[in-house]
Structures are given as C-alpha cells and as structure tokens.
Ligand binder design. Structure first.
Ligand code: GUN
Ligand code: ZN
Length: 435
C-alpha cells in the first residue's frame, strides 16, 4: 500500500499536563507532515525534514490553513439515547424513568438499533470523534448493531450490553445469569474483531442485584483484557439510593470494590460526589473516571472538582465524555468548553493543553487504549482530524488576532463546534469531509 502524507499545522499531546510541565506534554509543528502506511502513523515531524521519506507514489494532501490533531476520544456515551437528547426537565433518577428507559426499550427491534447505530457513528465522525466507549441497552442486538456500524468504518470502538436486572421497567431487565451468558456470547463474537473491544457494562449499582455485580466481576477475571464501564456518584439521590440498597457496604465505591469491579481496567462515569476516602480507593486501584460536563450541567447533577480528582498527591486518570443523551452535544470541542467552564466555577482555569489532553490522550489513557490512539506518534493508528480555525465568521475574526497556537486552540475549544471539523481520518482513510 502506498504512503499517504498529510501536511499542515500539527498539534498533539504526548504526556499528561496535569502531572508534567505543560511544555513537555505537547508536540506541535507549524508546517508538519504525518506519514501514514497501512492505517498507522509511520512518522511525524517537520515537513522540510520528513518529505524525503515519502515514496514517489505517495499521495500528499496539504491542509495549509488547518490544524491536524489526533481524533477526539469520547470516554462515555450512550448511543441508544440519541433520540432523547435535549429532553426537558427532571434530574437523574426521574430522567431515566421518563425519557431514557422508554427510548432504550425500542432497541429490542434490530432494525431500529441498526438505523440509530449508523446515525450515531456518522455523527461521531462529523464531530471529529474517532473512538468512543459506548453504552448499549440490555438487548444483545443493540451491541451487534453498534459494532457492525463501527466495523463499517474500521473505527476503534468499545461497547457492551447493559447489565440490569432490577429497578427498571420489565422490558429492559435481564437476569444475572442471562446477562452473564449474553455478555459472554457477545465477547466471543466481537471482542478483538477488527478494532472492536467488548466492555463489561453493568449500568450502575442501583439496577443490579448482588449476584449480577458478582458475575460482572467474574467476566473481568475470566478475560484479562476486557474493560468495564459503569456509573458512580453522579447525583445526591442516586448516592442515597445506593446506600439504601447496599447497607452492608461502607460507601458507593465500596459496592463496586466488593464485587471486584474497582480495578485499573474500569472507568466510571461522573464521580462528582465521591468522598476523599473513595477518591483514595480510585487512586490505589487505578480505576478511572469519565468527566461528562455537559451532562452534569444539563441534568443538574453537580460540579465535578477536577483539581481535587487530579491532585498530583493521589491522581486519578480522567477521560472526557459527552454522555449523550444526558449530555447535550456530540462535539468534544463543546465538551471541552463545558469542562473549562465547570472548572472555572470550582476556581480552576484548565489550560488549553489540559483541555485537549482530556479530549484525546487522557481519554485514551482512561480507556486503556493509549499507545494505539489519542496522539500523533509513530505506531499509533492514523486517526486524525483536520480542524478549520476559520470555519465561521466569528472564528475567522478571532483567529486573525490570535498571536499563538495556544491562543488559537483555546478560542477554538471555547467557540467552535462541528462546523470546525473539516475532515476526519480513521486508520488512514478519509471517512468524513465537510465540504
Ligand atoms: N446512571 C445510570 N444510567 C445512566 C444513564 O443512562 N445516564 C446517566 N447520565 N447516568 C446514568
Ligand atoms: Zn452515562
């Protein structure tokens, strides 16, 4: 396969700017080149010094006015909730009953699942998101649909069947044993097929029996390369209910820990109201959090304390998620903007570097896929986006006065949306082009 070269202004994170000096964490290049072969990045650097490595038959695509970044990675999103995005009123527990569960029930129909899955994947790509960790419904067919849609464009996608055997409408409930058996069957059929990664997905402690949580733990021990995704401590009423349902456990985190689910392969959405002791357990076990600011604002769940969670004395790895349909946008640019604004309300001004870290390498680290995606480095997949910093009249005006790349990127994350995504590459293939 011939080389492909992408030329433009490069920007990527290469390390964690919450723990290392910011300047050591970024690689950028005013006139850069990414050389791609067999879907992977072969070399990245300055155009003038690298151009000689492009073979004579290589195709070179030049984006002179654009920024080339690694594709965004959405660490937490629900594909069956696309249709209920922007549903009025209510907070978490009522929101689930009123909007979410009825929408998820529709996924017992495989045709509906496939239609929404195709829409969902296209929408991710249109927003420059090249990988995501996706919650399906309790219907195994919902997992088939999303993995099939992801495979059509060869994207790295993590997804799993929702395990939920109590406290939800009967048409969404499985049983502990059925959830184990169905998950296993899906693992056999999908895990490691192409770039699909099956992920054990108990919804949250409120909708799982003790037996079901134990079987989720059994799946994690049987398959050493499986990840787990769930929810924790998003809303005060939810935390109180978890304590009522598991009075024998010290706190919400202890419920998951007891069943072997608080491990470094696990990522939990939200974690807004975790106590200091619970944060220590996350740190000690290496379990991760997905921060979902547009959802937390929209459902009124609370203000995630990034400084506390990423405290260098006991850091917890955090990824950034949209949490659509609780979240209000597929755009990771808008999600970074919300993360910045939420941190401001907590007295912290996230830097440009920290925001882009969360949306790319940080999400990759939180999902255990760093080294494969999330950075423009040799050996990573060529999952690359082309951002147009002059996509709208306002952005053009703002870009014209930006004096540094950092300033330009910051204004972009605050003001831009899907219109700024000019093109999206997955494994070296152009899968979306705006114009
Ligand atoms: N907690 C349990 N299920 C969900 C869900 O679907 N969305 C959100 N935001 N929180 C949850
Ligand atoms: Zn969620």
């Amino acid at each position: 396969m011939p080389h492909l070269g992408l030329r433009g202004r490069l920007y990527t994170l290469i390390d964690d700017p919450f723990l290392q000096a910011q300047s050591d964490c970024v690689f950028s290049c005013e006139d850069g080149l990414i050389i791609i072969r067999d879907g992977k990045i072969e070399a990245v650097g300055d155009y003038a010094s690298l151009r000689g490595r492009l073979s004579a038959d290589a195709e070179l695509r030049h984006y002179p006015d654009a920024l080339l970044l690694p594709g965004f990675i959405d660490a937490h999103i629900h594909y069956p909730q696309v249709e209920i995005i922007g549903s009025f009123g209510t907070q978490l527990l009522e929101w689930l009953q009123k909007y979410t569960f009825p929408a998820e029930a529709k996924f017992s129909d495989p045709a509906h699942a496939r239609r929404i899955a195709d829409f969902f994947v296209a929408e991710l790509l249109r927003n420059g998101t090249t990988s995501a960790s996706v919650f399906c419904t309790s219907a195994p067919g919902s997992v088939d649909a999303i993995f099939a849609a992801a495979q059509d464009v060869n994207m790295l996608l993590l997804a799993g069947k929702m395990m939920m055997d109590r406290h939800a409408p009967a048409n969404l409930l499985d049983t502990a044993q059925a959830s184990y058996d169905e998950s296993k069957d899906l693992i056999d059929r999908w895990h490691g097929q192409g770039r699909c990664l099956y992920t054990v997905t108990p919804r949250f402690a409120l909708t799982s029996s003790r037996e079901q949580l134990a079987l989720a733990g059994a799946l994690l021990s049987e398959y050493s390369d499986l990840r787990l995704q769930s929810h924790i401590s998003e809303n005060h009423a939810e935390v109180a209910r978890a304590k009522e349902l598991f009075p024998e456990r010290a706190n919400y985190t202890d419920i998951y820990a007891h069943y072997g689910l608080l491990v470094s392969r696990a990522i939990y959405g939200h974690g807004i109201h975790l106590s200091e002791g619970e944060l220590w357990r996350f740190h000690e076990t290496g379990a991760k959090l997905a921060h979902c600011p547009t959802s937390n604002f929209f459902i009124g769940s609370g203000l995630f304390d990034m400084a506390r969670v990423r405290d260098a004395a006991r850091p917890i790895t955090v990824g950034l998620g949209t949490d659509v349909g609780g979240g209000t946008s597929f755009s990771m640019l808008k999600t970074m903007s919300a993360a910045y604004q939420m941190a401001q309300l907590r007295g912290l001004s996230l830097t440009t570097t920290q925001c882009y870290y969360l949306a790319t390498l940080g999400s990759a680290e939180s999902l255990g896929i760093a080294g494969q995606v999330g950075s423009l480095q040799a050996g990573c997949a060529a999952d690359i986006i082309v951002l147009d910093p002059r996509a709208t009249p306002l952005l053009r005006l703002r870009a014209d006065v930006a004096e540094t790349l950092d300033e330009l990127l910051f204004a972009l994350l605050i003001c831009a949306d899907d219109r700024a995504v000019a093109a999206t590459y997955v494994a070296g293939e152009l899968v979306y082009e705006r114009d």
